[in-house]
Design a protein around this ligand. Structure first.
Ligand SMILES: *Cc1c(COP(=O)(O)O)cnc(C)c1O
Length: 403
């Protein structure tokens, strides 16, 4: 590739903005008829579609119990409440804010673990340093859809007789290194079905567990704490999924393997095209990841510009990116004052260098190539871009054409 990057005045790679994520949806006549049936039946919640969705997910994941919930944050909150423990919640700082918020709403105090510098998932050694008598629960996260080291984390938790659960928001349909589906490990795993996640129902969540007693508790929790006799056993929530959402899930579930195949093929193309560029590294994944996010780590010394400057340069090419997860949780306003600032060197580096590039199942290979071409041209001109942005960052920002 050669040419002038848009940030230096060249023509943008694209004429329209390329989004970073898009849900892959279908609307066909059969499905619309089922929506109509739900409307005509008047059963908008607690109906047969939710129970069928739960059974289909249980078969797909290979787990005994599935509890469909209104979203992943509520699912995590109810799960943490049902564990009935107080104290510290050990979790990674390098994750989406909802992981920590659920712990905070459950009355737990976050204890921040570092993440692996290339896996981007919670570092079991860091978790081991933190788990002690005060620990209520250990929470892993399948960051960007790549499974965290559940075997090692389970071991850490077992040594201290602490429950181990997973925020599996990114990873529905993924597999562990032993081939089993994500959702079948830990005491329970919680998925998100929001539109940027691999399987979506608009809004929604799923809790998977092989613990029958816990599943019963969670079903009660989702129903205001009411097991059916109107004598609430504890302060529950309304955590239900609607029939419409369950219908969407039932239609999207059989299509998920194709969606994931496509994501993996496109991710492999990104890797082929970009891994030779000095200073661009990819997340080191395990098992079969979902690539909820296609993340590159930008080394400023080798690449010539830093992550923020690459994001700005791609924006000028009309390619959207996201800085997941920056700032890391332990430095966010909600948590900053909590305790002595923990030393999390890998988290600090990941937050400053990780960039999510566009990836969705119906993205074309041409679109992937456009992004890769743009990154190549930017790499070739990184010295000039650095000079330009460092002398006059505000001016460069202003000249970026509106998408
Ligand atoms: C999206 C997300 C959540 C929250 O999911 P909702 O369904 O929107 O509540 C939780 N944790 C992580 C890691 C997420 O990315």
């Amino acid at each position: 590739m050669s040419g002038t990057p848009a940030i230096l005045g060249g023509a943008p790679t694209r004429t329209t903005e390329l989004p970073v994520a898009r849900p892959t949806l279908h609307s066909e006549a059969g499905m619309l008829r089922e929506f109509q049936d739900v409307l005509e039946s008047g059963m908008l919640t607690n109906g047969r579609h939710v129970s069928r969705f739960e059974r289909d997910v249980a078969d797909f994941v290979g787990v005994e119990n599935v509890i469909a919930v209104s979203n992943c944050t509520t699912g995590l909150l109810m799960l943490l409440k049902c564990l009935g423990r107080t104290g510290d919640c050990v979790l990674p700082s390098f994750t989406f804010m909802a992981t920590a918020h659920a712990a905070a709403w459950a009355g737990l105090r976050p204890a921040w673990a570092d993440s692996g510098p290339r896996t981007c998932t919670i570092d079991p050694a860091s978790a081991r340093d933190l788990v002690d008598r005060r620990t209520a629960v250990l929470v892993g996260v399948h960051t960007f859809g790549s499974p965290c080291d559940t075997a090692e984390l389970e071991q850490v938790a077992a040594e201290h007789e602490v429950p181990f659960i997973v925020d599996a928001a990114h990873a529905f349909g993924g597999r562990y290194p032993d081939g089993s589906r994500v959702g079948s490990a830990a005491l329970a795993e919680v998925f998100s079905l929001s539109p940027t996640k691999p399987l979506t129902t608009g809004e929604g969540g799923l809790i998977t567990t092989n613990d029958a007693a816990l599943a019963t508790e969670l079903r009660t929790a989702r129903e205001y704490g009411n097991p059916g006799d109107y004598d609430s056993r504890f302060a529950g929530l309304n955590g239900r999924l609607t029939e419409f959402a369950a219908l969407l899930g039932l239609h999207n579930l059989p299509r998920l393997p194709a969606v994931l195949d496509s994501r993996r093929t496109l991710a492999a193309r990104y890797r082929d095209r970009l891994s030779g560029i000095p200073g661009i590294r990819f997340q080191q994944t395990t098992g079969e990841p979902t690539f909820k996010d296609l993340v590159v780590l930008v080394d400023r010394e080798e690449f010539g510009i830093d992550r923020d400057q690459l994001a700005l340069s791609l924006h000028a090419e009309r390619v959207s990116t996201r800085k997941y997860f920056d700032p890391p949780l332990h430095t966010q306003t909600a948590y900053r004052g909590e305790a002595a600032a923990p030393h999390l060197p890998h988290t600090a580096l990941l937050s400053a260098t990780a960039l999510t590039l566009p990836l969705f199942a119906h993205m074309s290979t041409t679109e992937v190539d456009q992004v890769c071409d743009a990154v190549e041209v930017i790499a070739e001109n990184s010295a000039a871009i650095a000079a330009r942005l460092e002398t006059d960052e505000d001016a460069a920002r202003k000249e970026i054409p509106a998408p």
